[in-house]
Design a protein around this ligand. Structure first.
Ligand code: PMP
Length: 355
């Protein structure tokens, strides 16, 4: 820390992103990216736009908002495009949280929530998951606090039904309820249809996973026009040109390539079922996932040991040090050949240890 660093950030614990190694070719199953490239029309739209990189981009993302409005069945005034959904989550903690307006979220969930709370001096109310790692919606009903829940949750992969989420929305009418739908396209129900009914609902989505655009950084906040206006006030106070030209063009083309992405999501759901089945034969217990990753554990080998042994064999997965989930690894669902390579590595690691 330099002697200039503000005391208000002295205790900040920054987020540790998943490894993006440059030292060797890994089978990368650690950051929930898509194994499939963006649709061809997306690549050419971004390339065309590259010729105009000398000019600032449209801060209002007009064309992208129009396309997203068609995709979600909403008006452009319900939509705020952002630099990855991380940004809309950060804007939300800035806009709606303060000393008197805490944010509640699960103990096992997306690691950025406690950090966003901390950096914005927003108290965090951490609510334990049930023993089986599911969220108990009752814990969030009548809470009188802002709430952020990923649906499906990460890293468990488990989802709530929209009707249970509706109970949370109905019983917290004076608080913002954020449903983080980063992984919704892989099988869970979206809360977007509830937007007309609840002015306290903010849905966040990303094009990083199902739309193969993690490197382009594109996410969306979807909500009541008044909420979107507040979030725009924050955006225009921080970084008006937050979604660059190439990403805006790529986003429009991605929305127009819906069939391509639907097919990829279907392939990932099939590969997920296959991988869970093969792991079960090896004694692994996997939580019921509706995402493009699985959270799995074996009674025979600690999660940290498995993570390390897989890395030595060129397969990267994610291991979180939290006590409740120490025995688990989170594995992104890649292509079928990638998952076969992962399963072969697991078999070899178990065999090596006489298991
Ligand atoms: N929410 C959850 C639950 C996530 O796992 C992620 C991905 N790390 C994000 C939001 C943010 O994704 P992005 O910023 O790439 O849209």
């Amino acid at each position: 820390m330099s002697r200039f660093f503000s005391a208000k950030y002295a205790s900040l614990q920054a987020y540790t992103p998943g490894e993006q190694p440059r030292d060797a070719e890994y089978i990368k199953l650690n950051t929930n990216e898509s194994p499939y490239p963006p649709a061809p029309a997306v690549v050419s739209a971004a390339a065309r736009e590259a010729e105009r990189l000398n000019l600032y981009c449209d801060p209002a993302c007009t064309e992208l908002c129009k396309a997203a409005a068609r995709l979600y069945g909403l008006g452009p005034e319900n939509i705020l495009p952002v630099n990855g959904s991380d940004e809309i989550l950060y804007f939300s903690f800035m806009a709606f949280g303060d000393e008197r307006h805490p944010f509640a979220f699960p103990d096992v969930t997306y690691g950025f929530y406690p950090i966003y709370a901390n950096v914005n001096h927003v108290p965090a109310h951490i609510i334990p998951l049930r023993e089986d790692f599911s969220i108990d919606p009752e814990d969030y009903c009548n809470l009188g606090e802002n709430i952020v829940i990923p649906n499906p949750n990460a890293p468990t992969g488990m989802a709530l039904s929209v009707s249970r989420i509706e109970d949370i929305l109905r019983t917290n009418p004076d608080n913002v309820v954020i449903i983080d739908e980063a992984y919704v396209d892989f099988g869970a129900e979206s809360c977007v249809p509830l937007l007309g009914k609840y002015d306290n609902l903010l849905v966040t989505q990303t094009f990083s996973k199902s739309r193969s655009l993690a490197g382009a950084r594109l996410g969306f906040g979807l909500g009541n026009p008044a909420l979107i206006r507040d979030l725009n006030t924050v955006k225009y106070s921080v970084n008006p040109y937050n979604v660059n030209r190439m990403t805006q063009a790529a986003g429009v083309a991605a929305i127009e390539s819906l069939d391509y992405y639907r097919k990829n999501c279907q392939a990932i759901a099939e590969t997920r079922a296959y991988t869970i089945g093969e792991l079960a034969k090896l004694g692994f217990e996997t939580l019921p996932s509706l995402t493009n990753f699985i959270f799995t554990q074996s009674p025979a080998i600690p999660g940290g040991t498995l993570y390390q042994a897989l890395k030595e064999r060129g397969v990267l997965v994610r291991h979180f040090g939290q006590p409740r989930t120490e025995n688990f690894v989170r594995v992104t669902i890649g292509s079928r050949p990638q998952m076969d390579a992962f399963l072969d590595a697991v078999r070899a690691i178990l065999k090596e240890r006489g298991l």
